[in-house]
Structures are given as structure tokens and as C-alpha cells.
Design a protein around this ligand. Sequence first.
Ligand code: ZN
Length: 272
Amino acid sequence: MIEAPAGTARMTGRSVVFLHAHPDDESIFTAAAIRRLADRGARVVLVTATRGEEGTPLTPLRPGETLVSRRVRELESACALLGVARLVILGHRDSGMAGAPTNGHPRAFARQVLSSARALVDLVDEERAEALVHYDGRGIYGHPDHIAVARLGRWVVHRMQVTGYEATVNPEHLLAGPRHLVEGSRPRSATRHLGSRPAEITTTLRASTAELLTKRRAMAAHDSQVPREAVTATEFGRVYEHEWFVGSGQHGILDEVADDPTGRNSGASLSA
Ligand SMILES: [Zn+2]
């Protein structure tokens, strides 16, 4: 158990569920949020919809390893780094990128998204979670499984009357800095269609030095998916130190640990 940083409110007894699409999304989009909540004593439950079957391995698989076994192991390593108290894998199949033939697989998450609604409602209930973190309506960047996370997340937030936080990116921030993984292979001019408009973003975290190091390690744990250059880059902080959310419902736990978007009000933040 890691001690809460001095001067921070204890959040022991409070819990939050993070819903993500694939192993690695938790680290890329919400590592600092998870680590900060865990450091404050909150219980963080991570739900991952798929095992990322459609990912392309960037590094050779080891003998006896499958892409799925590798990605689950990477996810478990990231969870340990981030302080996740419980990992739940829903076990849907990765739908693949928009337009791929795998979108039509009968077990594809995007095709059977609401079949997990009951399981997620029961989990939020069992964990007495006060907030559910999922994705903005665009699925941050349009992957069918990410849009499915947004649909499922919004449904559960409405049904359970918990605070919703839709993880997103700020396209203006991305355009101003070095390339973020979410920009993928699309032309830079298309970046402005990613994430949410800055005016929609309610809650911003800026990783502290320690949180940023943990985020870098958690992303590096997914080495079959996250290019080594991304996590070793000197500009890593400029690209990944911010995490953005669109809140819905009551002011909630993530707002309590948020930073001013400029980072000016966070004693823990570092300058870029
Ligand atoms: Zn994903």
C-alpha cells in the first residue's frame, strides 16, 4: 500500500470503475488518473472489454505465447504499476479498425455492446462505485470498440445515476505538440476531428513527475503494441502528461483530484 502524498485527502472506502476497450487504452488515456486515485486511497476497478485480438504485434511473440496471452500479461503488468485493485476482462472480441471485415464477427464487441450492460451494472453496484470513466461519443478517435465503450458507458451512467467521466483528448493541444499515438497514421490536419472540443472538457489532470514516470512505464509494459520510440521520446511529457475528461452528472471524485488545465494550480505538476 502506497502512502497518500502529504496534504491530500484520503479517499479510502471510495471506488471508481474505468471502462476501456483494449489492453493499453487504460495506460495511454487514463494512467495518471488511475494512479492518482489509487495513491489517494480510492479503489480503482478496471474493466477491459476485449483482449485486443486484432492488434498487430510490434515485437516477436515468445515461444508458446499468443497475441492474446501476451496482451493480457501486459495488461496485468500495467495494472500492477497503476495500482488497479481489480481487473475484469469482459471477453468480447476486438472488432478491429472501422471498416475491417472483423467488424462483422458475431462476437465483436461493437456488435454486442449492450450484452454486457447487465454485468457492468452489477459490477458498479457490487463495487459501490461513485463514478464510471469511459469514452466520449466519438470513442476518442472513432475505433468501433471505443464508440461501443461510449454507448455502454453512457447507458450505465444513466441507469446507475453515477458521475460519468468520458475520457477524451484535446485536439488543439495535440496539434500544438509532437505526435500522439492516437493520431495514428492519419494526416495531421485530421487531428482536429479527434476527441472533444476544448469547451466541452470539464476535467483535466496534468501528471506529476512521479505519475508521468508511472505512465511511461505502464505504456512501456504494452510493448507488443506501443512503439518503443513513443515511450523513450524526450518529448513524452509534452505529449502524454495531460488527461482530459468530459464529466456528466454530479461533480465527482475525478474533479476533486483534477488540476487547473494550465497546471498552475497543481503543486504536484511539473513544467513541460
Ligand atoms: Zn483501444
